[in-house]
Design a protein around this ligand. Sequence first.
Ligand SMILES: Cc1cc2nc3c(=O)[nH]c(=O)nc-3n(C[C@H](O)[C@H](O)[C@H](O)COP(=O)(O)OP(=O)(O)OC[C@H]3O[C@@H](n4cnc5c(N)ncnc54)[C@H](O)[C@@H]3O)c2cc1C
Length: 426
Amino acid sequence: MLGGGFGGVFAARHLRHAAADVVLLDRGPSHLFQPLLYQVATGLLSEGQISTPLRSMFRRQRNVEVLLGEATDLDAERKIVVASRPHGSTFEIPYDYLVVAVGMRQSYFGHDEFSKVAPGMKTLGDALAIRRRVFGAFEMAESVPKEERGPWLTFAVTGAGPTGVELAGQIRELATRTLAREFRTIDPNEARVMLFDGVDSPLAPFGPRLSGKAASRLTKLGVELHMGVFVTDIDHDGLQTKGKDGTVERHAAKTVLWTAGVQAVPFVETLATALGVEQDRGGRVTVNPDLTVPGHPEVWVVGDIMALDGMPGVAEVALQGGVHAAAQIRRQIKGRPKGQERFKYRDVGSAAYICRFHALVQIRHIQLSGFLGWLTWGVIHLGFLSGLRNRVGVGQSWFLALLRGRRRERGLLYGDPRGLQDSFAD
Ligand SMILES: Cc1cc2nc3c(=O)[nH]c(=O)nc-3n(C[C@H](O)[C@H](O)[C@H](O)COP(=O)(O)OP(=O)(O)OC[C@H]3O[C@@H](n4cnc5c(N)ncnc54)[C@H](O)[C@@H]3O)c2cc1C
C-alpha cells in the first residue's frame, strides 16, 4: 500500500484476515484527517487531534508492516517499488499486488512561486504555517504604528470551495470571538476577511439554494465575497485580481492563503510513465472500472489520484476504493476467479462548515443547512475521526470554543521564533 491516507489505510485494514504480508508505506508517520486541517490552522484543534500514528493504528494487525519513506520509482517488470528514507538513502519493496493511494497536493495553476507567499492547505505543515501567519498578523497589527495596521488586519483567502469557506469563516470567528478582548491597541473585530474565486458563488457544487445560503451567512459573518474574479498575482503585500470584464484590482493584505486547486503528487507521474497509462489534467490516473490500471491487473489506483467517471476527490471515494481493492486482492489470494468486479461508489453526500451553528450538508436529494446542517456535520466528522481519544478531545475543544470562544492551540507562535521569521520574511 503506497500512502497512509483513507485509501491506503482502509485497504490495509481490509486485508486483516487475508494470508498476506502487507507493507504500508507513507512519507509521513501519521494518518491525517484533512477535513479538519482548517481548525488546526485557526488554533481550535491540536495537530495530534487530527492525526493518528500509523504504527499505533496497526499495532494489533500483525500482518501489516508500516514503513516511513517516500515512493520515488517503480519497476513494473520486476514488481518493485523504490522508496527513499527521510535521511536520503533508498530501499526496495517487492510486491505481488500494489495499491497506490498517494493523494493530491496543492496546485497553484502554473504559478508555483505563489506558494512561497500564500501557503496551501493539504498537510499538517501547511496548517501550522497558516496558524503562524494568522496569529502572527494580529500580533504585528498590535505593535506596528496605527497607519500600518490595515494590511496586517486584512486576510485574503483564494478558493471558495469548502476549505476556503471554512478558513475564511474561522478567521472571522477567531477575530470576533476568541481575540476580541485580548488586545489593547487594536480591535480584532475590525479584521477584514476577503474570499476570492472565479466562480459566481461560494460552494457552487452544493447547488444554487445552499450556495445562496452560504453566501448570505458568510456576508453576515463579515466575510467579503469577491466572486467571479481570478487571482493573477500575489506578493508579501497583497494580491491582484482580474474580473471577467477585464477589470484589474489590487488588494492590500499581509496574509494571503491559497485553497484554490489540487494536482497529483509528483510520484503519480513516475507511476503513470512506468505503467504506460494516461493522466488527466490534474495528474489523476485513468483506471479500469475495477480500479486496476489498464494492462496491469496487479496494480490498483484509488482515492484522489484515480480518474473514473468523474468521481469526486472526497474521503468516501478513497475509503470505499481501498476496501474494493482489498476485496479483489483477497479473492485472488484465495484462488477465486479474477472477474472484472466494478467499483460501485455509494454516495454518502458532502458537507461544509460555515460558522458556529451553520453548516451545509447534501446527502443525495436531502439538503440541510443552518443548525440541523451543523449538527449533522458534527456527527459525521466525529464519526470519521480515527480513535476514541481524538473524538473525545475534538468534541471537548468544540464545546469550549462554542461556549466561550476558546482556542488554546496557539503555542507555536511563542515557542518557535523560526516560525515567526518564516511568516514575515520577504
Ligand atoms: C483541507 C481539506 C479538507 C477536506 N475536507 C473534506 C471533507 O469535508 N469531506 C471529504 O469527504 N473530503 C474532504 N477532503 C478530501 C479528503 O481528505 C481526500 O479525498 C482524502 O484524504 C483522499 O484520500 P487518499 O487516500 O486518496 O489520499 P490522502 O488522504 O491525501 O493520503 C495520501 C497519503 O499518501 C502519502 N504520500 C504522498 N506521496 C507519497 C509518496 N510518494 N510515497 C509515500 N507516501 C506518499 C501522503 O503522506 C498521505 O498520507 C478534504 C481535503 C482537504 C485537503
